[in-house]
Design a binder for this molecule. Structure first.
Ligand SMILES: *Cc1c(COP(=O)(O)O)cnc(C)c1O
Length: 375
């Protein structure tokens, strides 16, 4: 059996090596390292894949979120609603811009923020909401978009973990995750579902004026070279990353299918174990399984991790400490309410190995070990 890893980037590379090497070699040959044709090509392919009018590549997912907040003209003191059960980047960029981070609880089954959480957190200072499509499936966006419309709020989708997922609206429309709100933000960090071999990110939207603003901010606040309309940042996706991402994008749906198959294997093997809760599916969304996350009794979690580690099975805790308990946010955030679900999840979640290259032998071994622990 091949060694089990949380994410197996090497086997995936070996599978597509000739395509990827050729794409990288072309950038090296043409020496167009920054803003070369590879970036434009990837941008166009991603626009097509997501069915959006505009993709603006940038340096990483955190920058994407920051530039989105900057482009929407939010001012210090404005409130941004987001879930406390997420990666730090979501809240960090809002705090950096002097915005007030308003943290909500999440749904105990899907781990996602819901319309009800958002509605309860709205004040007359609220300007934006950041639904995070956590672990690979969309938040229930139809009611979230309705609330945003009613209260005139921007919707910034943090789509770092769910690229490729589809959300179905009640009228039958299917829309890609990240393409439903005002602006979608994603990350191409190597372990993400569409991962580069370094850092990368992108923003996407349908509005032409907003796209121009996002592009300008990411490029030092200039539309014309050396003429700066506003204070921006330097945030670029480099051509080598774009070239290999374009190759990987062709295979993204295959990766999602492989991840889904691994998840179905886990579901079958691990459902019905006393005390173990397998991840629930969000109604109306497909799941691209950035993570496969179990909930287990809090007092057994450390022992489970240790037991699996001894058997050569890595696991991770996403996330061990809720954002509301992080020192960084003590003075720039407020809680919409108590966060019992988030606090409980941080004590009880454990993510199993999940990537596109897991085989049945590995999956069987992992499930056997989890069952042995609880049996
Ligand atoms: C990875 C991630 C980010 C940040 O992406 P980087 O490319 O690492 O900056 C933001 N939000 C979520 C939910 C993430 O998982």
């Amino acid at each position: 059996m091949n060694p089990i890893q949380m994410v197996d980037l090497k086997s995936q590379y070996q599978k597509y090596k000739s395509e990827i090497d050729a794409a990288i070699a072309e950038v090296l040959e043409t020496t167009t390292y920054i803003n070369g044709p590879a970036v434009k090509l990837f941008q166009e392919k991603l626009e097509k894949y997501l069915s959006v009018n505009h993709v603006i590549p940038c340096a990483n997912g955190t920058d994407a979120l920051q530039i989105a907040l900057m482009a929407l003209g939010l001012k210090p003191g404005d409130e941004v609603i987001l879930p406390a059960f997420t990666y730090v980047a979501t809240a960090e960029v809002a705090a950096l811009l002097g915005l007030t981070v308003v943290m909500t609880d999440v749904d105990p089954d899907t781990f996602n923020i819901t319309a009800a959480h958002i509605e309860a957190a709205i004040t007359d200072k609220t300007k934006a909401i950041v639904p995070v499509h956590l672990f690979g499936q969309c938040c229930d966006m139809e009611p979230i978009l309705a609330i945003a419309k009613k209260h005139n709020l921007f919707v910034i989708e943090d789509n770092a973990q769910a690229i490729g997922a589809d959300y179905s609206f009640s009228d039958g429309r299917k829309v890609k995750s990240g393409a439903m709100g005002t602006v979608g933000c994603t990350s191409f960090y190597p372990s993400k579902n569409l991962g580069a071999y370094g850092d990368g990110g992108a923003m996407y939207c349908n509005d032409e004026q907003l796209a121009a603003e996002l592009r300008m901010i990411a490029n030092h606040g200039q539309k014309r070279r050396y003429y700066h309309d506003m204070v921006g940042v330097n945030s670029r996706l480099d051509s080598i990353q774009a070239a290999l991402l374009e190759v990987k994008l062709r295979h993204l749906d295959e990766f999602s299918t492989a991840r889904h198959q691994a998840a179905v294997f886990y579901d079958r093997a691990l459902s019905g174990i006393d005390g173990v809760k397998i991840p629930a599916r969000q109604q109306n969304s497909t799941h691209v399984f950035h993570q496969y996350t179990l909930q287990v009794p809090a007092d057994k979690r450390d022992a489970l991790q240790e037991f699996l580690k001894e058997k050569g099975i890595p696991t991770m805790i996403y996330y061990p400490l809720p954002l509301n308990q992080q020192d960084a946010f003590m003075n720039c955030s407020r809680l919409a309410s108590a966060l019992p679900v988030t606090e409980q999840l941080c004590k009880s979640v454990v993510s199993l190995p999940m990537h596109s290259e897991l085989d049945e032998e590995q999956l069987g071994y992992i499930c056997g070990a989890v069952k042995a622990f609880f049996g």
